[in-house]
Design a binder for this molecule. Structure first.
Ligand code: ZN
Ligand code: MN
Length: 255
């Protein structure tokens, strides 16, 4: 069954929403440097791939991706100073999300899942959802789930992907997790021969404005992607999709 909203007619979409109460997935990413070996669209492509994997399991529809995100931060995305990184102000992102949620509600969507692929977006997605829910009022049947897909990785999966220990999600930018997932979903977009050799970034426990760009490895990669593989990507993609599908079924009462 078709999973992509932008490939469906409005009539086919309406029937799935209004007859089947089909869950709708909204991927949110960023246009952000991911080192010399991954494309600028990595966060958006991975959020969309996660949504597609889950939508197939629960009979859902994936809405077009929000492909611009909140400003890249040095400690988790390399920072906003890289050429190509193209970011939104917080309010712009929140209001886009608010508007989309309100539109889905108008269509009759009652099960909406917002899937974030860019860490910096988190609070502004919450704000956009909250503004829409306040406007819709407590009696509206729409319920929204919001998540960062990596939070679903289990200890067991992480142990398989990081045999030498998991460095933490902040330093995982353009590193083993994202590179492996891209090798699984979009191998044609990964340049393994260009993975840089920078040591892991070492940040102080505070931020400075303007950004101290010297804190960030010039490649934009915060820890090595050397251990990445398509097999690790498949392991993570399958486990995360199954776990998110389970959560969606549980929260929305799907069989
Ligand atoms: Zn990323
Ligand atoms: Mn990001």
């Amino acid at each position: 069954m078709e999973t992509q909203m932008n490939r469906m007619s409005w009539v086919a979409y309406r029937d799935r929403i209004q007859r089947d109460a089909c869950p709708v997935f909204l991927p949110v990413g960023a246009t952000e440097q991911h080192g010399p070996h991954l494309p600028l669209g990595t966060d958006a492509l991975l959020a969309a791939a996660v949504c597609d994997g889950v939508a197939r399991q629960v009979g859902g529809i994936v809405a077009p991706t929000f492909a611009y995100g909140y400003k890249s931060q040095p400690k988790c995305g390399g920072g906003n100073h890289f050429c190509g990184t193209t970011s939104l102000d917080a309010q712009t992102l929140s209001l886009q999300v608010r508007d989309a949620v309100r539109e889905f509600a108008r269509h009759g969507v009652t099960r909406l899942i917002v899937v974030d692929g860019h860490y910096e977006n988190q609070w502004f997605l919450i704000e956009g959802i909250d503004l829409a829910m306040r406007e819709l009022g407590p009696s509206h049947p729409l319920r929204v789930m919001r998540l960062e897909y990596w939070d679903f990785l289990t200890e067991q999966t992480l142990a398989g992907v990081f045999p030498d220990g998991f460095p933490g999600y902040a330093l995982e930018h353009a590193a083993v997790m994202e590179t492996s997932l891209m090798l699984h979903h979009h191998p044609d977009l990964v340049r393994l021969d260009l993975i840089p050799d920078d040591p892991p970034a070492d940040f102080p426990p505070y931020d400075m404005y303007p950004t101290v760009t010297a804190w960030v490895p010039p490649s934009g990669v915060l820890s090595s992607a050397r251990g990445a593989s398509a097999d690790k990507g498949r392991l993570m993609a399958e486990q995360v999709a199954a776990s998110i599908a389970q959560a969606v079924r549980r929260e929305f009462g799907l069989a």
